[in-house]
Design a protein around this ligand. Structure first.
Ligand code: NAP
Length: 335
């Protein structure tokens, strides 16, 4: 065990994509534990679009303060413990931060860390993706808001990403016709050839809107919206009356000053039900979602994929990959 804890500290609030130096690598001594605390070695970091929001402004959580360790979800292993619920060797998920070591604290008011059960067919990283925030977001967004019915048309944007790929597969499991929107041929092929989407539209092609219209001949009943902006506007124009919009994310606006919310006039005209949600509201139902997702995965009904970047110091570049489309499936940094 090293006695140095490398940490990525928020130095400047980014403008657009992260610039070199917005997050700065620093070294701190390993924290010494008091009663009610455990020390865990961070193994994997979940790279999430919301991190860009946390760097910039107060939202559903306060912005990360300048000079603080950058907030991030991660997977860690307990190496020393003075906490009655955690012992050496326990694997945990929670807000580890972008650093080598994290303190698991009994007095943590945010719900703290959850212990991860050892399940033979699941990799550690699955607890950051399909059985982590992304799986839960897709699961509750689809089942609580999308409420997919057999024969309906579901459209998912950022469909080859961590959340979208699972949302689309949940739509297939419920008998929907599922159309994904994603950037590039490789992503689109993965969606149709491996995940069973009925169609995948590459929005980087100039004729994507006509292809999208052809792929949704009966209109759209559910929009699982991850992107916002022009993509969302194009989807909303094809919504059927009383369709449901699962407003999951608006990633196209996260690196801009002007958030991508321009399309909401259509919500009124088409009497759509749009419901925003934040996954932290569903955390007490973690086991329900994880059990269902785990079963689907075990029986081959749910596939997942990961893009793994090696090295804590690469985390800033990894965050930018989310906004340039550099990931397929769940984006993870191996510390
Ligand atoms: N509500 C919640 O609680 C909650 C929880 C988790 C995630 N989310 C939201 O879900 C969405 C997906 O998050 P994720 O973690 O699963 O990330 P992800 O989809 O794995 O990665 C982001 C993807 O978004 C696409 N993208 C980025 N900028 C774009 C743009 N300007 N136009 C079109 N596509 C763009 C890129 O794919 P392409 O190559 O296809 O462009 C990129 O790979 C985000 O909006 C996120 O904020 C919400």
């Amino acid at each position: 065990m090293s006695n140095v804890n490398r940490q990525l500290i928020l130095h400047t609030r980014p403008q657009g994509l992260l610039a070199p130096g917005d997050l700065q690598l620093a070294e701190a001594p390993l924290p010494s534990l008091t009663d009610g605390q455990a020390l865990a070695r961070v193994k994997y970091l979940s790279i999430d679009p919301t991190m860009r929001i946390w760097m910039a402004m107060d939202s559903y959580l306060p912005a990360v303060a300048i000079g603080e360790v950058m907030r991030a979800f991660g997977f860690a292993e307990v190496i020393e413990s003075r906490h009655k619920n955690f012992k050496k060797g326990d694997k945990v998920v929670g807000l580890t931060g972008l650093q080598d070591y994290t303190v698991v604290d009994a007095s943590d008011k945010r719900g703290g860390f959850q212990k991860v059960p050892p399940i033979p067919f699941l990799s550690d990283t699955a607890f950051l993706g399909v059985l982590g925030i992304n799986g839960l977001t897709a699961y509750f967004g689809m089942t609580e808001i999308g409420k997919p019915q057999k024969g309906e048309t579901l459209v998912v944007s950022a469909a080859a990403g961590a959340t979208g790929s699972i949302a689309g597969q949940i739509g297939k499991i419920h008998g929907c016709c599922v159309v994904g929107i994603a950037g590039g041929l490789e992503k689109c092929k993965w969606l149709t050839e491996e995940l069973g989407f009925d169609a995948a539209i590459d929005y980087k092609q100039s004729d994507w809107k006509s292809k999208f219209a052809a792929a949704t001949p009966k209109g759209i009943d559910i929009d699982f919206e991850n992107v916002g902006g022009d993509i969302m506007h194009t989807v909303l124009e094809r919504m059927n009356l009383h369709g449901r919009v699962v407003l999951c994310g608006l990633i196209s606006g996260y690196t801009k000053d002007d958030p991508a919310l321009a399309s909401f006039g259509m919500v009124l005209v088409k009497r759509l039900r749009v419901e925003g949600f934040i996954i932290i509201d569903y955390m007490d139902r973690y086991m329900e979602a994880a059990t269902q997702l785990g079963k689907w995965k075990m029986f081959g009904k749910m596939k997942d994929r990961e893009t793994i970047v090696e090295g804590l110091e690469k985390a800033p570049e990894a965050i930018n990959m989310l906004f340039t489309g550099g990931n397929i499936g769940k984006l993870i940094v191996k510390v």
